[in-house]
Design a protein around this ligand. Structure first.
Ligand code: APR
Ligand code: PHB
Length: 389
């Protein structure tokens, strides 16, 4: 079997890349370890930058998002009862779209099916071979048989735990990491959202986020120690903590109900560079992880896909390799700026165990400055709605 580009991983990065390449006449095969149901059962973040919205439309996978997604032209940052609104529309002329990543992934699968793209599920033991030569191939097991696909390029879209990054020799890789001493406990509940816009809340009890999926489905998070387990958090305990973190005027009208999903995710910042080794390219979570505080994870994956799909189309269709040569540097330029933003949002909003009174005052002063300075609000808005590709 032979194709132009083997794509490892059928998450949002792999599917979007496959969709854009196929529509431009570049042949792909997507290899995904899990079943489709498993991929679509994962609950992830839900804020799409304007650039991401544009890319999904360009891929022919944006119709349902435009119908069912909720455009938001601002969000709230709070410190106890102080609420600061960031008006994206006024400050930047742009908005974001609140639409779950799970839905984005479902729409991409539907779009791939509609054009007859090749996606193999439940593949195992994927091995990328000879990526540093002109004749790479990918070996894997599917339906009980060992198989091989020869290709011109390999796109590693297989997330943080995938094989692609580890295929790049350690002597070539540079990894940068920041692990934060807390996680986010997330709860999904069939209740109306606490507020019409997202609220990022700093409080004496730590960080909380009030988000949503639709007018009858809320998504909330509270900061928890890394040692906590989901079983430690009954619904009652969760609602009590959330209520104590939100500004009183919002907490007073909060509608609670049974959780329909509850999970804990650790927070980390991570970058592995370079993003290219020979004919292998890293995309999305395979190359970098951001803490969810800035809502950048999926959006950063999409900007990687933006750079890489252009580069691969030029290489495969026109034999021009300049885009491929510059992919890593172009993508990393934007990645590091999103890293900085997610890190600074994380530091601005979370309580660190054992911290002194100075740290809490710094957070309060940052929020107060945001309340009083349009320049500070514009800087935050510019980063939140997404820097240009
Ligand atoms: N072989 C084949 N597939 C694999 C392998 C492997 N060895 N390892 C992992 N995968 C699959 C996973 O099952 C998953 O479906 O690769 C996919 C990777 O998807 P994601 O983890 O969602 O990563 P990505 O597509 O880059 O999505 C961007 O940004 O911050 C995040 O939450 C955000 O997940 C989103 C991501
Ligand atoms: C979410 O809705 O899940 C969400 C929104 C914004 C974030 C993180 C997660 O920053």
């Amino acid at each position: 079997m032979r194709t132009d580009v083997v794509i490892i991983g059928g998450g949002p990065s792999g599917l979007l890349l496959s969709q854009l390449l196929n529509r431009a006449g570049v042949d792909t095969v997507v290899l995904e370890r899990a079943s489709r149901a498993h991929v679509l059962g994962r609950i992830r973040a839900g804020v799409l930058e304007a650039g991401t919205v544009g890319m999904l439309q360009q891929a022919g996978a944006g119709d349902r998002m435009l119908r069912e997604g909720m455009p938001h032209d601002g969000c709230i940052f709070s410190d106890d009862d102080l609420m600061v609104r960031i008006d994206f529309a006024e400050l930047t002329g742009k908005t974001v779209m609140v639409y779950g990543q799970t839905e984005v992934t479902a729409d991409l699968y539907a779009a791939q099916d509609a054009i007859g793209a090749t996606i193999l599920h439940e593949v195992s033991d994927v091995a990328i071979r000879d990526a540093d030569t002109d004749a790479p191939f990918v070996a894997f097991t599917h339906e009980g048989a060992r198989k091989r696909i020869d290709c011109a390029y390999v796109a590693g879209c297989d997330g943080f735990h995938g094989v692609s990054r580890k295929t790049i020799p350690e002597s070539v890789r540079r990894e940068h990491e920041r692990v934060y001493p807390f996680g986010w406990l997330g709860v999904l509940s069939r209740t109306p959202p606490a507020h019409e816009e997202l609220i990022y809340a700093n409080s004496a009890n730590g960080f909380a986020l009030a988000s949503m999926r639709n007018p009858m489905l809320s998504r909330y998070y509270v900061q928890v120690p890394l040692s906590d387990r989901v079983e430690d958090w009954s619904d009652d305990r969760f609602w009590e903590r959330l209520t104590s973190c939100l500004p009183r005027e919002v907490a007073g009208t909060l509608v609670t109900g049974p959780s329909v999903e509850k999970s804990i995710a650790p927070l980390r910042s991570f970058v592995s560079e370079p993003l290219r080794w020979g004919r292998l390219f890293l995309v999305g979570d395979a190359a970098h992880i951001v803490p969810p505080t800035g809502a950048k994870g999926l959006n950063l994956a999409v900007s990687d896909v933006f750079y890489l799909h252009q580069a691969l189309i030029r290489a495969v269709r026109h034999g021009e390799t300049d885009g491929i040569d510059s992919y890593s540097a172009r993508a990393l330029g934007r990645i590091w700026k999103a890293m900085r933003f997610s890190w600074s949002m994380t530091m601005m909003l979370h309580r660190f165990d054992g911290e002194d009174s100075f740290a809490a005052e710094m957070r309060k002063a940052t929020l107060l400055h945001l309340a009083q300075s349009e320049t500070a609000r514009r800087d935050l808005a510019e980063n939140y709605i997404g820097l240009p590709f």
